[in-house]
Design a protein around this ligand. Structure first.
Ligand code: NAD
Length: 335
């Protein structure tokens, strides 16, 4: 792969290779755009098929973080770190080495959790740098943001954001999904839940007194709102017609398999809140705490309500899919 190709394609500012032979660390830090402020983005720890796959992932994820920060109108840019997981990596030492590398950025990059990285890893990083959100409750902040997005979408679609008489299907009951179910239940929504881990689904179903649905069928559950909180690439240009919801708003990253899936959802009459609009809660809380130098309340995340409304109203005005509108807003703000 020509090394600069993906950087040029994604308009990515820089890519740093981090290596520590003693611990077996091989990592990449992509800073996509720092024009609006320091680059924020968590660490993904995965075993990759190839080094070029890791480069592509780091750069694309960093770009997505820039878009997320710009649409949320934060004084922040986007970045991402990818740790190439290997069997012989001495994990605590590797994350301390990564912490030293992050410290070298001098505050231009601020990190946190992403897929495959644990809170223990962040604790190791925090021994070497202060540029890490070690104490942030990512799941709760993100779930609260998804709640704000759902309420804005309900108001846009039905004229009221009350959950009275409204049904919601939640796919994925991990850090975000479980919090979201608790919040939805407290507001009186009728709930349908599913997880690939059937034991977890049964536990949540019993605790929250809601109906557990087979994971293979949750996406086609007949509900007012579908909240995908598991994996990405679940909506395609082909499956939009099989969905039986009116609103989609959830935390899963990259829910659309292709941009064309956004148009298919629009044609199917579904109000789709773009994932990076709905799932910006932890980013908003992290950036706010960084900017203010102290912990802030979870209510800071509620601004996602106004952002969602802005995106949905502009999409309706321009008769365009919501994902196109969110991307256009991000590009305008990053230009
Ligand atoms: P998690 O790993 O804690 O939970 C994901 C859950 O989804 C797991 O319980 C898993 O068993 C389940 N799952 C996987 N495949 C499934 C399937 N096909 N059907 C049903 N359930 C399935 O992850 P999380 O932190 O809760 O994040 C959920 C999603 O939100 C991810 O896509 C993540 O990238 C995104 N996200 C999370 C945050 C955050 O702060 N945690 C922020 C932004 C975006």
């Amino acid at each position: 792969m020509p090394l600069f190709k993906v950087l040029d394609e994604c308009n990515c500012q820089s890519l740093t290779f981090v290596s520590d032979a003693a611990s077996g660390l091989n990592a990449l830090v992509a800073l996509h755009n720092t024009r609006r402020g320091p680059a924020f983005g968590g660490i993904r720890t995965l075993s990759y098929q190839s080094q070029s796959a890791a480069v592509t992932d780091a750069v694309r994820l960093a770009q997505a973080m820039s878009y997320k920060a710009a649409v949320a109108d934060l004084p922040a840019g986007g970045g991402k770190c990818v740790v190439i997981k290997t069997d012989n990596m001495d994990r605590p030492a590797a994350f301390r080495a990564l912490g030293r590398a992050i410290e070298q950025f001098g505050g231009r990059y601020f990190t946190g959790l992403d897929v495959g990285t644990t809170h223990d890893d962040l604790v190791e990083i925090a021994k070497e740098t202060k540029y890490v959100a070690k104490d942030l409750d990512f799941g709760k902040a993100t779930a609260r943001g998804v709640m704000a997005a759902i309420k804005a979408a309900l108001k846009h679609r039905f004229g009221s954001e009350s959950f009275e008489g409204r049904s919601v299907a939640v796919q994925g009951l991990g850090a975000v999904g479980a919090e979201l179910v608790t919040m939805l239940s407290a507001e009186g929504a009728e709930l349908f839940v599913a997880d690939a881990d059937q034991k977890l689904a049964a536990e949540v179903g019993e605790k929250m007194e809601c109906e557990v649905v087979n994971a293979a069928r949750i996406l086609s559950q007949q509900v007012d709102v579908l909240a995908p909180c598991a994996l990405g690439s679940i909506f395609t240009a082909q499956n939009a017609d099989s969905l039986r919801c009116q609103v989609i708003a959830g935390s899963a990253n990259n829910q659309l398999a292709t941009p064309a899936a956004g148009e298919a959802l629009r044609k199917a009459g579904i109000t789709f809140v773009p994932d990076y609009v709905a799932n910006a809660g932890a980013l908003i809380k992290g950036v706010s705490e960084y900017a203010q130098g102290h912990e802030v309340g979870f209510d800071v995340v509620d601004r996602i309500h106004a952002t969602t409304t802005m995106v949905l109203e502009r999409a309706a005005r321009e008769d365009k899919p919501t994902n196109e509108v969110a991307d256009a807003i991000a590009r305008e703000r990053l230009a």
